[in-house]
Unconditional design. Structure first.
Length: 149
């Protein structure tokens, strides 16, 4: 037996239906689509998501979830414990110093100092925002909080 002798089993294969190739084929004229109506037309039929004329689910749902405040300012949080670990007494803490220490990626990112942890060194903090508890800890340690330049 050779490869060219192989054949499918008798009756296991059928010829495909050649639609719209003349009446003698048995599938001419209307090509098996019936007489009239939406499904007999070229391009006819209902599209994906059609719900019988009811407003489709994709149109009933909102386009985006929730509300986006485009005026919101995202602050990079920095705790006083981090300042304690990274800075020496008398240092000035500002955006450039935080970038140099690797705390934030870019100097233009607004920074807010938060009051988690303890602070024993006197630092001059010049950032965009400081929480009330952080300001109390900075001033208790002998430092001061100034407005960002």
């Amino acid at each position: 037996m050779q490869l060219n002798d192989l054949r499918p089993a008798e009756g296991s294969t059928k010829n495909r239906k050649r639609i719209g190739r003349g009446n003698s084929s048995g599938h001419g004229t209307t090509a098996g689509r019936g007489q009239n109506g939406q499904l007999s037309r070229s391009g006819g039929g209902k599209g994906r998501g059609f719900e019988g004329g009811q407003q489709p689910l994709a149109m009933r749902l909102p386009k985006l979830p929730g509300f986006i405040n485009h005026g919101r300012v995202e602050y990079a949080p920095v705790n006083v414990a981090r300042l304690e670990a990274l800075f020496e007494a008398g240092d000035v803490v500002d955006s450039e110093a935080l970038v140099a220490k690797g705390v934030i990626k870019h100097a233009y990112i607004p920074v807010k100092v938060l009051g988690d942890g303890e602070l024993t060194k006197s630092l001059t903090v010049k950032v965009d925002k400081v929480s009330a508890s952080a300001q109390a800890k900075i001033e208790a340690a002998g430092g001061k909080v100034e407005a960002a330049c």
